[in-house]
Design a protein around this ligand. Structure first.
Ligand code: IFM
Length: 803
C-alpha cells in the first residue's frame, strides 16, 4: 500500500494518512535546539543535549494512538453542539476528510480537514533560535457560522531524560510551573525543574489572548476519574483551572477562544515552545515571533538556507527514485546524521549511553562535504580532539562536554579498549575534505589529542597532519600473528567481539585505503620519503591479506585469537561477510580474478531483492566468544540482516570493476523511494534510509528498522554521486568518470566545486557502463577525466561522451 507520494517540486514527501505502519518522523532545528516531530504532531525536543536537557516527553514505545509530547485540540461549537478533536488525528482519532503531513526540509506542514474545519499547521525551528514555532491557520469550511477554541498542549519531561523514567519520587517533586501574564491577555506558561529555574525555563506561549491554562496533567486529564488524552475531562468545561503546578507531571495547555468564524473565514494563531535562561531576557524574541510577518520571514530564511545547501549538487538521471533521493532526501539525511550522529531518533533514544560516535561522525562528515565543506571541517576539528596521542581514537563522545568514552568495550574488562577501525576513518574523512575544499592549510591546524584528565596529564597538541600520521602508525604497530591489524574490541562491525589477539581483515583493507589516501596526500605535498614509507606499508599489508586471507571463492573476515578463521567456508555460521569482499576491492588489494570471484560470491550468497546481507549463514544461539552478533536471531541486524550501511561499499567495488548494471541494481534495491508503492513489509519512511532490513533467514524478511540515523546515508550518497555518476573531487580538479547502467543514454548534473559551478552533460551513445571517450570543458577537449580547477564564481560547461 502507498501512504504518500514524493512532491519533488516542493522538495517534500507528502504523507496522506496518519495510519502509517510505524511513526514516520521529520527532524527540525538541530542539536542546539530541535529534535523530531512525527506525522501525527508528536514531538521530542531538546536543547544542546538529548540526555541532559530534554524538554518534551515522548515515549516511542507507547502505541501509535497515544499522546506523545505535544498535540493541539480544537473545540468546535455549532449553535447547539460542540465537538473536540485534534487536527493531528492523535490523540482523538476522529474520522478525517483530508490528511496530509508534508515532510519538508526542516519543517513539517499538516493540512487536515475534520468536521468541516481545515487546519494548516507549519512546524519548524527558526534558524539559530531556541524555539519551535507552530504556525496554525484554521479555516471554517462548514458553510455555517461556528465558534472555535484552540488548545495547544505540551507534556514536559525532566531535563535529565533518563531520570524521568527511573525516579518517580525526586523527579515529580522538582517540577514546577508558573504563569507569566502580559498585557492584552497574552500569557507565557513557564515550566522548570526547581534547582534549574535560574538557568533553564521552558515556556509555551502564543500570539492570542489566553482565556485559561492548565499545567498539571492530572487535573487536565481528570486522572482521578480515569480521564484520557483522547477526551480530557478539563476540556468538558468552558475554562481550564488556571493551576500553577507545584510538583507532579507538568504540562502546558493554553485555552484560546478564537471566536466566531463565518463560512470560509481563516484565523491564524502562532505558538512558541522554547527554553530560555530567563523570561525577561527572552521577551523581545518572544514578541518578535508573535508576528506573522516575522514567522514568514524566518520560514523563508529556512527555505533559502536549504535551497543554498541543495543547489550545490543537483542531478537529472533516467531514474525518478534516484533523482528524488539525490536531489532532496539523501543529502538532507546526510545533514541530519551529521547533526545528530546516532544520538536521537525513534530507535536511538538519546538517554545518554552513547552521544556521538567517532567512526560514525567521521563517515557522516563525508556525506555533507559537497554541500557544506565548512560544516564538515568543523565536525572534523571536533573529532580530532577525541583522537588519543597513540593515534587510536575514543569511540564516542558527548558534544556538550566533549567527554569521551570507550564505548561498549568498557563492559568487558579483559578486552582491548580500542576499536580497530575508528582512527582510520578520520584519514578518509580529512582527505575527502581536502580534495573537496583545496584547504591544505587545515593540515597545519593545531589540535590537542584527547586526555581524560588534563590536570593529571598535560595536553599534547599536534597538527592535523600529525594526527593522520599517528592514526597510521597505531595500526602499523598493532598487528597480529598473520601481519593483519588487530581487531581491538571490534571493528566497523560492533557486534563481533573476539578475544584479545584476534585480527580483522576489514581493518586490513581499510588501512590499505587509508594508506592510498596518505600516499596521494604525501605526493601532493611533495613528501617523497613518506610516499615510499607508506607504499611499503601498503605493499606489506596487501601481501599479508592475499597470502593469508583468501579462502578460495572469497576473502576471510577475521582470524580469532588462536588463528582460527571466521568468514570462511570452514565455518558453520558466518561463512562469508560482505565487508570482507567489498573492502579488498576498494583498497586495491584484490587482483582482477579475486575481485571478480569475491564480488560474485556476494551476489550469489548474500544478495536479496531487498539488499545485500551483511553475512551468511546467521548464528543461531548465543556465543560469548563471538559476541553481540550472536544475540540476534538469524537474519536480524549484523547477524545476516541486510545492514544497509555496507551495501554502498559493494556498489563502489562494482564500479571499480566497471559493473555499472550491478552497481545500480544494488543502489536501486535499497532505495526507499523505489519502495514507495508497497511499504507494508518495509514499514519505515520511504524518504530516508533505515539502518537495517531483516534478511531472508528471518520470517519478517524485508522489514526495515532504525530509520534516519545510519551511515547508509553518507555512503549511499557517496556511492551514487562519486562512483555511479562518477563525479569525484580530486586534488587536481573535479573528475567525471561515470559507471552507469548500460541502458542509460546519459544524465546531467550541476555541481559546485571550489566556488565554480560545473554544468555537466554525460552522453552514453554506445551504451557502455564505464569509459570516457571524450571530455570537453567549455567546448575544448581535455585529456583524461579531470576537469581543471576553474576560477571562483565561474560557470563551466562540461560535456562527457562515454565509450
Ligand atoms: O559501525 C556500526 C556503527 O558505528 C553503529 N551502528 C552499527 C554499525 C555496525 O555494527
Amino acid at each position: 500500500m502507498m501512504y504518500g507520494y514524493f512532491d519533488d517540486k516542493a522538495r517534500e514527501y507528502v504523507i496522506t494518512t496518519p495510519k502509517t505502519p510505524v511513526k514516520w518522523v521529520n527532524y527540525i532545528g538541530g542539536l542546539a535546539f530541535g529534535g523530531i516531530i512525527d506525522q501525527t504532531g508528536g514531538s521530542l525536543i531538546c536543547k544542546g543535549d538529548p540526555a541532559l536537557n530534554r524538554i518534551v516527553k515522548y515515549v516511542p514505545q507507547l502505541p501509535s494512538s497515544d499522546f506523545k509530547g505535544e498535540t493541539l485540540y480544537i473545540r468546535l461549537k455549532h449553535e447547539t453542539s460542540s465537538r473536540l478533536f485534534s487536527p493531528y488525528f492523535v490523540p482523538t482519532l476522529d474520522q478525517y476528510d483530508r490528511f496530509e503531513c508534508r515532510v519538508g526540509l526542516g519543517y513539517s506542514r499538516y493540512i487536515t480537514e475534520f468536521y468541516g474545519i481545515r487546519s494548516e499547521i507549519t512546524v519548524f525551528v527558526p534558524i539559530g533560535e531556541d524555539r519551535m514555532i507552530r504556525d496554525i491557520k484554521i479555516t471554517n469550511l462548514t458553510g455555517a457560522t461556528v465558534e472555535i477554541d484552540v488548545i495547544p498542549v505540551v507534556e514536559y519531561t525532566h531535563f535529565d531524560a533518563l531520570k524521568q523514567f527511573t525516579n518517580a519520587d525526586w523527579v515529580p517533586q522538582t517540577m514546577q510551573s508558573k504563569a507569566f501574564r502580559e498585557e492584552n491577555g497574552l500569557l507565557i506558561l513557564q515550566q522548570y525543574a526547581f534547582m534549574k529555574k535560574e538557568t533553564a525555563v521552558n515556556y509555551l506561549t502564543s500570539n492570542w489572548p489566553v482565556s485559561s491554562f492548565e499545567s498539571d496533567r492530572k487535573r487536565f486529564l481528570g486522572d482521578n476519574e480515569y480521564g484520557t488524552w483522547r477526551a480530557p475531562k478539563a476540556l468538558e468545561q468552558a475554562e481550564l483551572g488556571n493551576y500553577e503546578a507545584l510538583r507532579g507531571d507538568n504540562i502546558g495547555a493554553l485555552l484560546h477562544h478564537l471566536g466566531t468564524f463565518t463560512p470560509n473565514e481563516t484565523k491564524r494563531i502562532i505558538t512558541q515552545l522554547g527554553q530560555t535562561a530567563s523570561i525577561s531576557s527572552a521577551l523581545p524574541a518572544i514578541q518578535r515571533f508573535r508576528s506573522g510577518e516575522q514567522v514568514d520571514a524566518a520560514f523563508t530564511q529556512l527555505a533559502d538556507s536549504w535551497n543554498a545547501y541543495l543547489s550545490k549538487f543537483q542531478v537529472n538521471t533516467p531514474d525518478a527514485a534516484m533523482n528524488s533521493m539525490l536531489n532532496v532526501h539523501n543529502p538532507r539525511q546526510c545533514h541530519t546524521t551529521k547533526n545528530w550522529s546516532r544520538d536521537l531518533s525513534l530507535y536511538q533514544l538519546g538517554f545518554g549511553g552513547r552521544g556521538m560516535g567517532f567512526r560514525d561522525s567521521s563517515q557522516d562528515s563525508m556525506g555533507i562535504l559537497a554541500h557544506a565543506p565548512d560544516e564538515g571541517k568543523a565536525l572534523l576539528t571536533k573529532l580530532l580532539c577525541v583522537q588519543k596521542r597513540d593515534g587510536s581514537a575514543m569511540h564516542q563522545f558527548f558534544p556538550s562536554t566533549m567527554e569521551a568514552t570507550v564505548g561498549d568495550s568498557h563492559e568487558m574488562p579483559d578486552r582491548p579498549k580500542y576499536y580497530g577501525d575508528d582512527h582510520l576513518w578520520i584519514i578518509l574523512a580529512v582527505t575527502a575534505y581536502l580534495k573537496e575544499s583545496g584547504d591544505m592549510a587545515f593540515l597545519d591546524q593545531i589540535i590537542p589529542f584527547y586526555e581524560k584528565d588534563a590536570q593529571k596529564q598535560p595536553l599534547e597538541f599536534a597538527t592535523v597532519l600529525e594526527h593522520l600520521h599517528r592514526a597510521i602508525s597505531f595500526t602499523q604497530s598493532h598487528k597480529g600473528a598473520h601481519g593483519i591489524p588487530l581487531l581491538g574490541f571490534a571493528d566497523w562491525n560492533d557486534t563481533v567481539n573476539l578475544r584479545t589477539g584476534a585480527e580483522s581483515l576489514f581493518v586490513a583493507a581499510q588501512f590499505g585505503k587509508a594508506l592510498l589516501e596518505m600516499i596521494e596526500l604525501m605526493g601532493a605535498l611533495g613528501k617523497q620519503d613518506m610516499v615510499a614509507t607508506y607504499q611499503s606499508y601498503y605493499d606489506d599489508m596487501k601481501r599479508a591479506v592475499n597470502d593469508h586471507g583468501w579462502d578460495g571463492e572469497w576473502f576471510i573476515r577475521y582470524f580469532d585469537f588462536d588463528g582460527s578463521k571466521l568468514g570462511s567456508k570452514e565455518n558453520a555460521h558466518g561463512q562469508i561477510y560482505t565487508n570482507g569482499q567489498s573492502w579488498p576491492v576498494i583498497a586495491g588489494f584484490a587482483d582482477k580474478e579475486r575481485a571478480e570471484k569475491a564480488l560474485n560470491s556476494v551476489n550469489r550468497l548474500l544478495n536479496t531483492k531487498n539488499g545485500i546481507k551483511l553475512s551468511y549463514p546467521g548464528f543461531n544461539g548465543y556465543d560469548p566468544n563471538i559476541g553481540g552478533i550472536t544475540t540476534y536471531p538469524p537474519g536480524a541486524k549484523e547477524n545476516g540482516g541486510i545492514f544497509l550501511h555496507a551495501n554502498p561499499w559493494v556498489m563502489i567495488a562494482e564500479t571499480i570493476m566497471g559493473n555499472g548494471d550491478r552497481a545500480f541494481q544494488y543502489y536501486n534495491q535499497i532505495n526507499p523511494a523505489a519502495k514507495n508503492d508497497d511499504l507494508d513489509t518495509f514499514e519505515v519512511e520511504p524518504y530516508s534510509y533505515p539502518q537495517n532490513i531483516l534478511g531472508d533467514e528471518h520470517p519478517q524478511f524485508g522489514l526495515g528498522r532504525n530509520s534516519w540515523l545510519s551511515g547508509t546515508a553518507s555512503w549511499t550518497y557517496q556511492a551514487a554521486t562519486k562512483y555511479i555518476l562518477g563525479i569525484l573531487p580530486t586534488y587536481a580538479g573535479l573528475q567525471v568518470n561515470p559507471c552507469i547502467p548500460k541502458a542509460w543514454d546519459g544524465f546531467t548534473a550541476t555541481r559546485v566545486f571550489r566556488g565554480a559551478t560545473y554544468q555537466i552533460v554525460v552522453n552514453n551513445p554506445t551504451h557502455v557502463s564505464k569509459g570516457v571517450a571524450s571530455l570537453k570543458v567549455d567546448g575544448k577537449t581535455v585529456e583524461g577525466t579531470i576537469i581543471p580547477i576553474a576560477a571562483d564564481g565561474a560557470t563551466v560547461s562540461v560535456e562527457v561522451t562515454m565509450g
